[in-house]
Ligand binder design. Structure first.
Ligand code: BTN
Length: 334
């Protein structure tokens, strides 16, 4: 089922989708739609205003550039290989936060895997009460409903699992070799390009549902960020030099997530732990962890059975870290 507030199905759009990235001549469009060439030109103008991008060739006509296209529910659905995740899909033009939207749906009984995507968020939420910058048409801002069976203590493991799924999807679709900083930031050369936020609703000590929020800076340029963020962040576009087809990447994240979630439910955390470690940029590095208890320093060793980060302190002790912000020690380069 698709519920999209972005896409009144435009007949012209259907023609371009049927062409699957090939050119469609102005003459053919005006013949099929029974309108003048001027009307075709005007309709293309309206689609451009709605976020779609076209390449025009005097000889060949127009071609819809998928990587620039507005998010498109059918395009996402046709790339899904899942049975659950992403199958109940809503694409919104704008919302305050997809977390809030998904949470509302979950409370109303939405099925596991229900996915809310927005072209723009006016109050995107990050971890630790931070704001998540979510400009229109450039990133992937989405939240999915999870209904995990396990106890509350399993939620951090799901956060790590999500990071593995997104990392594999980005690498697979774009070739950009993102790595995971504990617990779940995706980085390239120390700059963040994706954040993950898992919010759990607990009732009588059990997880009623979780909202898995994912923000991927897909096609942002440096100037799309506020000044104060520019040195800390990057995007897939900045790393690869090309735009990413966001619809395909969304589907890939759902495909990876469902596969890993199934593996986790069948075999437990161990296979996820090994995958996370293989994609990590934290391990082997000297780090500083800050949380409410203060600051701890050490070399990141690996993940424990619950997903905690094991660090070796200067006095040779191995201690677990369950929460906090990790920073790389600037004096220590691998
Ligand atoms: C972080 O601080 O690293 C987590 C960022 C999570 C951002 C995503 S964007 C989609 C979803 N909706 C939100 O308001 N936040 C998450």
């Amino acid at each position: 089922m698709t519920d999209s507030q972005k896409e009144p199905k435009h007949p012209l759009l259907s023609m371009f989708e049927a062409a699957d990235g090939d050119y469609v001549s102005g003459e053919e469009i005006s013949r099929v739609l029974g309108v003048s060439r001027t009307a075709v030109w005007k309709q293309i103008g309206r689609l451009k205003e709605a976020g779609y991008r076209f390449e025009a060739s005097p000889k060949l006509g127009y071609r819809l550039m998928a990587s620039h296209a507005a998010l498109h529910a059918q395009r996402i659905e046709s790339a899904l290989t899942t049975t659950v995740f992403g199958r109940q899909l809503t694409v919104l033009a704008k919302t305050d936060s997809t977390q809030t939207e998904a949470e509302k749906k979950a409370r109303e009984g939405a099925l596991e895997g229900t996915l809310i995507i927005a072209e723009e968020q006016s109050s995107g939420r990050g971890r630790q009460g931070r704001v998540w910058h979510s400009p229109p048409g450039l990133g992937i801002w989405m939240s999915a409903v999870l209904r995990p069976e396990g106890p509350l203590t399993a939620v951090p493991q799901l956060t790590l699992l999500t990071a593995v799924a997104v990392c594999r999807a980005i690498r697979g679709v774009t070739g950009v070799e993102a790595g995971i900083k504990w617990p779940n930031d995706l980085l390239i050369d120390g700059r963040k390009l994706c954040g993950i936020l898992l919010e759990a609703v607990v009732e009588d000590g059990r997880v009623r549902h979780c909202i898995m929020g994912i923000g991927i800076d897909a096609n942002l340029e440096e100037t799309d960020y506020p000044e104060e963020l520019r040195s800390k962040v990057t995007s897939i576009r900045r790393e690869s030099g090309v735009d990413t087809d966001r619809s395909l990447l969304i589907a890939a994240v759902m495909n990876e997530f469902e596969m890993l979630y199934k593996l986790y439910n069948e075999e437990g955390f161990e296979p996820i732990r090994l995958l996370w470690e293989s994609l990590s940029v934290t391990l082997g590095r000297e780090i500083v962890v800050r949380d409410v208890r203060g600051e701890r320093r050490g070399i990141a060793q690996g993940l424990g059975q619950q997903g905690e980060l094991m660090i070796k302190t200067e006095d040779g002790q191995e201690i677990p870290v369950y929460s906090g912000e990790v920073e790389f020690d600037p004096n220590h380069k691998r």
